[in-house]
Design a protein around this ligand. Structure first.
Ligand code: AMP
Length: 414
C-alpha cells in the first residue's frame, strides 16, 4: 500500500515524499482512514511503530480542510505527551509533515523559562503539543485557552499514568470542550488505562499493532553474563568495536549514568548523560550532539530516554537490567525503528538473572548468550548455551554469531 491510496492531500503527500516515506506502517494504514472520518480512536501501539505520523498526518489534513478565518489562530488540536523529548519530537514531526500546509504548531514543556513559549502562544497557533504540567500552568496563568480544541490526542497514556500525571489529565479533561474528536494511544492496556480511555472516547474504533513482544522481533538481542564489577571493563571492550558508531546505554539510576559517563571519558570515549537532574537545555544539547554523532555514547535513565527518537540508532546497551520487563522492551525499542536493523546488548550480573527470566517470558523467547568475552561471570551455576563469538562476515560488518562450540550436541538451556 502507498500513502496515495489513503486519500491524503497533495501538500502532505509531498512532504512525506521528502521525508522518504513511501509505505505507511501498519498503524498508519489502519488509523489514518479512521481519524479522517472524524471517529475517536483507541490505539494500542508503542513508539517506533510510526504512531506519531499516524495521528499527525490526519490531524494536519482535517485542520487544512476546515480552515477557520480568524485574526488570531486558535488552538484547534492539542497533543498531550508525558515527556519533553517526546513533545519536541512530535513538534518536529508536525513541522516535517505539515511544511507545505499553512498550519502552525508550538511545543510547550516544563523545566525551561516559559517566556519564549508564551510569546509563541500569544501569536496564535493551530496545533499545540504539550506536557501536562506546563500546559495546565500556562492555562491557569491565562496564556492559552483550550475551548477551541477540535482534536485531542493523549499520547503514551500508560507512561502518563506511570509518571503520576493522572490528576493533570483529569483536570485537562474538565476544561476541554465536550464535543471533540479524541485519539488515545498507549503501548499497554492495563485496566486503569482501559477505564481512562472509556472516560475520554466515544464509540472509538480500536487499532492494535504489534503487541509489546513482537516489535522487538527484528532487533538482534544478546546477553553478556558479567560480574557487576566488570561491567565497566566490558563496556569499554565492546566499544573498541568501531562498527558501533553510536550507542545508547541504559542505567537504572541517574548516579549510575553519571558514573558510566565519567568512566568512558577517562577512556577517551566521547559520552554524555541524559537524565532528570540535567537542565532541559543540557539534555537537549546532549541529544543533538548524539544525533549528530559528535557524542558516541549517550547514557540515559529510563524516563529520560522515553521517546528518544534517533534515526539509524543501531545499538542499545543495557548496562543494568531493568527490574520491569516492559522497560526492556521500551529500551531496546529505541533501535530498529520502523523496520531498521538494530542490536540490543544486555549486561546481566548474578543478581539480575531473575529480571532476565521475566524479560524472556514477556518477549516469549530466549535471548542469545555471548559467552566468548573477556569478563565472564564467575558463577557456581554455569549457563549451558551455545557458544558465541565475534566472526568476520564480510569486510564491512562484524557481528556476534553463534558457533557450534558444543560439537553439535543438544543443549538444555539455562
Ligand atoms: P514513531 O513511532 O512515531 O516514534 O516513529 C518511529 C520512526 O519511524 C520515526 O523516526 C519516523 O520518522 C519513522 N517513520 C514513521 N512513519 C514512517 C514511514 N511510513 N516510513 C518510514 N519511516 C517512518
Amino acid at each position: 500500500m502507498q500513502f496515495e491510496s489513503l486519500n491524503i492531500i497533495e501538500p502532505i503527500l509531498k512532504s512525506l515524499q521528502e521525508e522518504g516515506y513511501t509505505t505507511p506502517t501498519p498503524i498508519q494504514a489502519e488509523s489514518i482512514p479512521i481519524i479522517l472520518q472524524g471517529t475517536d480512536l483507541l490505539g494500542c501501539a508503542q513508539t517506533g511503530t510510526g504512531k506519531t505520523a499516524a495521528f499527525a498526518i490526519p490531524i494536519l489534513q482535517l485542520l487544512s480542510a476546515n480552515k477557520i478565518f480568524a485574526k488570531k489562530r486558535k488552538i484547534r488540536s492539542l497533543i498531550v505527551t508525558p515527556t519533553r523529548e517526546l513533545a519536541i519530537q512530535i513538534g518536529e514531526s508536525f513541522n516535517a509533515y505539515g511544511r507545505h500546509t499553512d498550519l502552525t504548531n508550538t511545543v510547550i514543556y516544563g523545566g525551561v523559562n516559559q517566556n519564549p513559549q508564551t510569546a509563541l502562544l500569544n501569536r496564535g497557533v493551530d496545533i499545540l503539543i504539550a506536557t501536562p504540567g506546563r500546559l495546565l500552568d500556562l492555562m491557569n496563568q491565562g496564556y492559552l485557552t483550550l475551548r477551541d480544541v477540535e482534536i485531542f490526542v493523549l499520547d503514551e497514556a500508560d507512561r502518563m499514568l506511570d509518571m503520576g500525571f493522572i490528576h493533570d489529565v483529569k483536570r485537562l479533561l474538565e476544561v476541554l470542550p465536550k464535543k471533540k474528536q479524541s485519539l488515545f494511544f498507549s503501548a499497554t492496556m492495563p485496566p486503569e488505562i482501559v477505564k481512562l480511555a472509556g472516560s475520554i472516547l466515544h464509540n472509538p474504533k480500536e487499532v492494535s499493532v504489534t503487541p509489546v513482544s513482537s516489535t522487538v522481533d527484528i532487533i538482534k538481542q544478546y546477553i553478556y553474563f558479567v560480574d557487576k564489577g566488570n561491567k565497566n571493563a566490558l563496556l569499554v571492550e565492546l566499544l573498541k568495536n568501531e562498527f558501533i558508531k553510536t550507542a545508547l546505554v541504559f542505567t537504572r539510576t541517574k548516579h549510575g549514568a553519571d558514573h558510566v559517563v565519567k568512566m568512558l571519558l577517562k577512556h577517551n570515549i566521547n559520552a554524555e548523560a541524559i537524565h532528570g537532574n540535567k537542565a532541559q537545555n543540557a539534555r537537549q544539547r546532549a541529544l543533538t550532539n548524539f544525533k549528530a554523532q559528535i557524542t558516541r555514547v549517550l547514557v540515559a535513565t529510563d524516563i529520560a530516554a522515553r521517546g528518544i527518537d534517533v534515526d539509524d540508532l543501531e545499538y542499545v546497551i543495557n548496562f543494568e537490567m531493568s527490574n520491569i520487563a516492559e522497560t526492556y522492551v521500551h529500551r531496546i525499542g529505541r533501535t530498529g525503528r520502523a523496520g531498521a536493523k538494530g542490536t540490543a546488548i544486555s549486561f546481566c550480573d548474578a543478581e539480575e538473572k531473575a529480571y532476565l527470566k521475566d524479560i524472556e517470558k514477556l518477549i516469549s523467547k530466549r535471548i542469545q548468550v555471548i559467552h566468548d568475552h573477556p569478563f565472564p561471570l564467575i558463577d557456581h551455576n554455569p549457563v549451558k548455551t551455545p557458544k558465541v563469538q565475534f566472526v568476520r562476515r564480510n569486510a564491512g560488518h562484524r557481528e556476534p554469531k553463534p558457533v557450534a562450540a558444543n560439537g553439535g550436541r543438544r543443549w538444555s538451556g539455562r
